[in-house]
Design a protein around this ligand. Structure first.
Ligand SMILES: Nc1ncnc2c1ncn2[C@@H]1O[C@H](COP(=O)(O)OP(=O)(O)O)[C@@H](O)[C@H]1O
Ligand SMILES: N[C@@H](CC(=O)OP(=O)(O)O)C(=O)O
Length: 469
C-alpha cells in the first residue's frame, strides 16, 4: 500500500517521540508499505515563533531574541540527541539546525529594528518550526538504517497563491509533487515539512494553523496514495473533544461531508481544508492514535452510509466574537445583508456563522476574535445611522454545533437540542442551521460552552451508543 503519514506536533513533541515515530515508519516500510512522512513542528514551537515575532515587532529587544533563539536551539539539540544514535547523522543534523536558527535570528532582528510584521514575514517566521523538525525526523529514520530524504513543502512542489497565512495550492502542485516523489517512493522514506509551501516566486507561504493535515492530503492526491493517515494523540475523530467529555467515543467511519462539517465547526482534530484534496481523488483518510497504532481509528470515506445516528458529534469553536447589528432602517431595505457581507469580505473578515431574525431589524455575525476590530470598523464605515443604528459585540462567546447527516429531514432534532439546553439553564444567544440540515449551530457564553457540549453529548447518547462498525 502507498500511504502518506502525517505526524502532528503532539506526536513529535520531543526527541523520544521522534525516535518512536521513526521506528513506526520503519516497521510499515519494512512490511512493504510505500510511505511518505509529513511532519509538523515539535509541540508548541509554532505558537512560540508567532508570539515572539509579534512581541519583537512591538518595541522588542535584541536580547529577548537571543534568549528565544537559545531556548529554541536547546530544544532541538536535545531532540536530536534523544532521537538519533548515529554520530555522523547527529553532526549533520545539528549543522542544519544551526544554519536554520541563524537565518531565523537574523529575520527576527530585522523585524525588531523595522518594528513591523507583515503577513509575508509571519509566514516566513512560523515556517521554521517544520523546517527544524523535518531534518530531525529524517535523521532519526536514517539512523535506524532506512534511507530518507528531507523536503520542504516548496521543495517537493506545493505551489500556492499569495494568501499568506491561509494559502491554497495551485493546480500545478499536484503534478509537481507527484513527479518529485514518485521515484523516491521505491527507494526511501521521504520526509516533507507540513504546513508550509511556496508561492510562484519561491516565497514561503503557510496553509493555515493545523495545515500539516492539508499538506498530507495534497501530497496524497499527488501520488495517488491508497490512504492518507493523520496520526494524532487521540483515538481518531471522536463524538466530541475528549478533553471536554472524557466519555467521547471514537467513530470507526464517517463520510467526507461529515468530516468537513465537523472540522469546519471546530473539531480541531482536522484542518478544515484537509479533506478537499482527498475527495479530489477519492482517497480514504484515516485518523489514528500515534501512541496506540493498532487501534483502527476513524476512516473518512466518500460514501455516506445510512445510519441511525441522528447526531454524529458535538463540536465547539473558541476564540470567536459575536457582532450584533441592529436598526429599524434595516427592515425592508433591500441589499443590507449584501452590503454587510461585502464590507466584511473587503476587510478580509472570515464569517463563521450568521443569524438573522425574521424581523430583519437585527443580524448577528460570528467572526474570528482576531477579525473583530476589522469587522466592526468595516460595518460602521459602510452604513450611516439611519439604516444601522447600533453595532455591538461580545467577545466572551463560543459556537457549539451538533453535526450529522442523519439529522436531515428528521423533525424534532432542534427541539431536543434547545429543550435539553433549557433544562440545564443554558442560554442560547443566537442560532443558525444550514439548509443541508447536517448541522445546527448556536452561540453560548464562554462560561456555559463546555456544559452545552456535555448536555448535548448526553442528550444524543453519543457516549453510550454502540458505534456502527
Ligand atoms: N471531535 C474530536 N475528535 C478528536 N479530537 C478532537 C475533537 N475535537 C477536538 N479535538 C482535539 O483535537 C486534538 C487533535 O489531536 P492532536 O494530536 O493535537 O492533533 P495535531 O497534533 O495534528 O494537532 C485533540 O487533542 C483533541 O483534544
Ligand atoms: N505547526 C503548525 C502546523 C500543524 O499542522 O501543526 P499540528 O499538526 O500540530 O496541528 C501549527 O501549529 O499550526
Amino acid at each position: 500500500m502507498r500511504i502518506v503519514m502525517k505526524f502532528g506536533g503532539t506526536s513529535i513533541a520531543d526527541g523520544n517521540n521522534i525516535r518512536y515515530v521513526a521506528q513506526l515508519l520503519k516497521d510499515y516500510y519494512n512490511s512493504g508499505y510505500e510511505v511518505v512522512a509529513v511532519t509538523s513542528a515539535l509541540g508548541s514551537v509554532t505558537d512560540g515563533l508567532l508570539s515572539n515575532a509579534i512581541e519583537v515587532s512591538k518595541k522588542g529587544k535584541v536580547s529577548q531574541i537571543k534568549e528565544f533563539i537559545s531556548d529554541l536551539t536547546h530544544k532541538h539539540y536535545s531532540a536530536v540527541h534523544e532521537a538519533i544514535d548515529d554520530e555522523e547523522i547527529i553532526d549533520e543534523t545539528i549543522q542544519t539546525i544551526d544554519c536554520r536558527v541563524d537565518e531565523l535570528e537574523k529575520a527576527l532582528i530585522g523585524i525588531c529594528y523595522l518594528g513591523e510584521l507583515t503577513p509575508r514575514s509571519i509566514d516566513y517566521i512560523s515556517s521554521y518550526g517544520e523546517r527544524l523538525a523535518a531534518p530531525i525526523v529524517s535523521g532519526a529514520i536514517r539512523s535506524i538504517g532506512i534511507k530518507s530524504k528531507m523536503y520542504t513543502g516548496g521543495d517537493v512542489g506545493i505551489v500556492t497563491d499569495n494568501e499568506y497565512g491561509s494559502a491554497k495550492p495551485l493546480e500545478q502542485s499536484y503534478q509537481r509533487v507527484g513527479e518529485t516523489l514518485r521515484t523516491d517512493l521505491s527507494e526511501c522514506i521521504p520526509v516533507v515539512t507540513g504546513f508550509i509551501a511556496e508561492n510562484k516566486d519561491g516565497v514561503i507561504t503557510t496553509l493555515g494553523r493545523g495545515g500539516s493535515d492539508f499538506s498530507a492530503s495534497i501530497i496524497g492526491a499527488s501520488i495517488d496514495a491508497d490512504e492518507i493517515w493523520l496520526w494524532k494523540e487521540v483515538h481518531g475523530i471522536m463524538t466530541t473533544d475528549p478533553k471536554i467529555v472524557p466519555e467521547a467515543r471514537s467513530m470507526s467511519w464517517i463520510s467526507y461531508a461529515e468530516a468537513m462539517e465537523l472540522s469546519y465547526f471546530g473539531a480541531r482534530v482536522l484542518h478544515p481544508r484537509a479533506i478537499e484534496p482527498a475527495i479530489r481523488n477519492g482517497i480514504p483518510v484515516r485518523v489514528k492514535n500515534t501512541f496506540e497504532p493498532n487501534f483502527s481509528g476513524t476512516l473518512v470515506v466518500s460514501e455516506q452510509k445510512p445510519t441511525e445516528d441522528v447526531v454524529k458529534a458535538v463540536t465547539l469553536i473558541k476564540k470567536v466574537s459575536l457582532v450584533n447589528i441592529s436598526g429599524a432602517g434595516m427592515v425592508g431595505t433591500i441589499g443590507t445583508a449584501a452590503r454587510v457581507f461585502n464590507s466584511l469580505a473587503d476587510a478580509n473578515v472570515n464569517i463563521i456563522m450568521i443569524s438573522q431574525a425574521s424581523s430583519e431589524s437585527n443580524m448577528s455575525i460570528v467572526v474570528d476574535e482576531d477579525h473583530l476590530e476589522a469587522a466592526v470598523n468595516a460595518i460602521n464605515s459602510e452604513f450611516d445611522k439611519n439604516v444601522i443604528k447600533d453595532v455591538t459585540y461580545d467577545n466572551n462567546i463560543c459556537v457549539v454545533a451538533v453535526v450529522g447527516a442523519g439529522m436531515a429531514g428528521i423533525p424534532g432534532v432542534s427541539g431536543r437540542v434547545f429543550s435539553s439546553l433549557g433544562k440545564d439553564n443554558i442560554n442560547v444567544v443566537a442560532i443558525s442551521q444550514g439548509s443541508s440540515q447536517h448541522n445546527i449551530s448556536f452561540v453560548v457564553s464562554e462560561e456555559e460552552a463546555f456544559d452545552a457540549v456535555r448536555v448535548l453529548h448526553k442528550e444524543f447518547e453519543l457516549e453510550s451508543k454502540k458505534r456502527e462498525e
